[in-house]
Design a protein around this ligand. Structure first.
Ligand SMILES: NC(=O)c1ccc[n+]([C@@H]2O[C@H](COP(=O)([O-])OP(=O)(O)OC[C@H]3O[C@@H](n4cnc5c(N)ncnc54)[C@H](O)[C@@H]3O)[C@@H](O)[C@H]2O)c1
Ligand SMILES: [Zn+2]
Length: 359
């Protein structure tokens, strides 16, 4: 007998709390909403020195037993070796499905801890406490977890949503300028594809945002996170809609690859990628760049003024073609008909070369 059974995709809800000063309330919120009595906190040496005591105190005051797992800092630790180390620690500490894992750090710690929480016992409670701007508005939302393989970034991973995200924008005051800027480019990206009001806010308050003014930052984090939540909830497994999150990234990823991920940060590459996308949007999608001149200026103004060694159109085009894997036709770019009106279009080699030469 052949049976055709339809299995509904499970729906999954979780709460994201965003508030200045939230870190000290973490214990209370976790205890009331999730109720685990034992928690492992995955973090790195930098965050451990800066804030771990505060987090530990908050968790312990709520009656939660806490054990830290502290890794060295850096993307190079988002690997299988760290994964194994984390799993070993979970086993030794007798963590079970009533216990939880808190990731306390940027995207590296979040991706790594997310994958460990997804795999250990097929899934334990996962709570993200993101500490970089990028992690607060981007990587902690959407359920993507990952590890790097020597042969490729994010090659190993799974979709695993956290059970809760606790976001404290005040933690961002200790970020380095370059990492802060990295997150800011992602905030501008999300505003441009989805929210004109947020774009206006960022552009009108850019000086204060650059000075890390607390209330401005809290607004930007909350509004950007809300925007990302909207997009990923409509497309949890990245089948279509979520592609618009790649605005600025088609070119950005190529620029990073051509520079061998050295000399250029992800944010800076995405910044250039957005400039290219804006120009392409003017040529192909009817974006009025005269009317929206300030968009181009805002992004351009945030980019470090230095020579990019490899703005080689030929190499970039090759990298883009390689990245698009087995899709047919020309590479597709996310473009804008207007602010908050994204469209996806195939771009020809000729137009690409012309656009890059005008950067
Ligand atoms: N899962 C997703 O959807 C997703 C999305 C985008 C990026 N990512 C991943 O995120 C990673 C990049 O994340 P990132 O930019 O947060 O990098 P990161 O985690 O390396 O953090 C950047 C630096 O800031 C330090 N730091 C973090 N918080 C700090 C604080 N509050 N004060 C002072 N220093 C602090 C870190 O120690 C590190 O040196 C990449 O591995 C990328 O693949 C994942
Ligand atoms: Zn990005």
């Amino acid at each position: 007998v052949i049976e055709n059974v339809v299995v509904n995709k499970p729906t999954f809800e979780y709460k994201i709390f965003i508030e200045n000063g939230l870190l000290v309330k973490a214990g209370e919120i976790i205890r009331t909403n999730i109720g685990c009595e034992k928690i492992m906190v995955l973090t790195n040496e930098i965050l451990y020195d800066l804030y771990y005591k505060r987090l530990e105190h908050s968790l312990e005051s709520a009656g939660i037993e806490v054990f830290p797992i502290v890794l060295p800092d850096g993307e190079k630790y988002k690997d299988l070796k760290s994964f194994r180390y984390i799993i070993d620690r979970l086993v030794l500490q007798k963590i079970n499905r009533e216990s939880g894992l808190v990731t306390f750090g940027g995207g590296v710690i979040g991706d790594l801890g997310g994958f460990a929480a997804a795999s250990y016992m097929r899934g334990i409670y996962l709570i993200h406490i993101p500490t970089t701007l990028l992690a607060q508005i981007d990587s902690s939302i959407g359920g993507k977890t990952a590890l790097d393989h020597i042969l490729g970034k994010n090659l190993i991973g799974a979709f695993y949503n956290p059970h809760m995200v606790l976001t404290d924008p005040e933690l961002l005051t200790t970020l380095s300028e370059s990492n802060y800027l990295c997150g800011l480019f992602e905030a501008i990206k999300i505003a441009l594809i989805g929210n004109r009001e947020l774009y206006r806010y960022i552009s009108e308050n850019i000086d204060e945002i650059l000075e890390h003014k607390k209330d401005k930052l809290e607004y930007v984090v909350a509004a950007s996170a809300r925007e990302k939540i909207k997009i990923v909830s409509d497309d949890p497994y990245e089948s279509s809609l979520r592609m618009i999150l790649n605005f600025g990234h088609t070119f950005g990823h190529a620029l990073e690859a051509v520079n061998r991920y050295k000399d250029i940060s992800h944010g800076e590459a995405v910044g250039y990628g957005m400039l290219v996308a804006l120009k392409l949007s003017e040529s192909m999608a009817g974006l009025d760049l005269k009317k929206n001149e300030d968009v181009y200026k805002l992004i351009y103004g945030l980019l470090p003024k230095r020579e990019i060694k490899r703005m080689d159109s030929e190499k970039l085009w090759e990298a883009i073609a390689l990245d698009k894997k087995k899709q047919a036709g020309s590479p597709r770019f996310v473009l804008l008909e207007d602010i908050a009106k994204p469209v996806i279009k195939e771009v020809s080699r000729e137009l690409f070369f012309k656009t890059v030469s005008q950067l």
